[in-house]
Design a protein around this ligand. Structure first.
Ligand code: FES
Length: 160
């Protein structure tokens, strides 16, 4: 069983009542390993981070990313291997292109492309994984809750 990073409760200076729920799609290699490393280093990250493990970020598609928002995530990001180091050769490049396309769609529908991001890491970058979690949580806290969640009372049911 892998060691997961410790989740921290509470915010850090903004709206304490709003703890963003953020869905994080990681690849099974560097992306997930960086989360594992953060856990092994006992680094903390915000409690609203929920990991969804994929074989590769090349498996993300526009529909998955939009569905995460429809299901109530306030923010979404993807964590994969560094460019040139994807274990499926160019999967991370395809994943990045889909993230960029989805950001455009989010802007067009008024949800805001800044709610979505992609990061690349190596497996040993536990501190970087934790920092991205902190930074995205802060970004989403400033943007406020996902309007779809407020309207529909959506739950991230696919996370189980
Ligand atoms: Fe990590 Fe492809 S295996 S992004």
């Amino acid at each position: 069983m892998s060691d997961k990073p410790t989740k921290r409760s509470g915010g850090n200076g903004h709206d304490e009542a709003f703890e963003p729920e953020i869905t994080v799609f990681t690849c099974n290699y560097c992306g997930y390993m960086s989360a594992d490393t953060a856990g092994a280093q006992r680094l903390q990250y915000p409690p609203g981070i929920k990991l969804v493990r994929l074989p590769c970020t090349g498996k993300t598609d526009v529909a998955h990313l939009l569905k995460a928002f429809e299901d109530g995530a306030d923010g979404v990001y993807v964590v994969g291997c560094s460019l040139g180091n994807c274990h499926h050769v160019r999967g991370n490049e395809r994943g990045l292109a889909r993230v960029q396309r989805t950001k455009q769609l989010l802007d067009e529908i008024g949800l805001g492309g800044e709610r979505l991001e992609m990061f690349v890491v190596s497996g040993g970058m536990g501190a970087t994984f934790a920092r991205h979690a902190e930074e995205m949580t802060e970004r989403i806290r400033e943007l406020g809750p996902n309007p779809l969640r407020l309207r529909k009372g959506a739950k991230r049911a696919y996370l189980g």
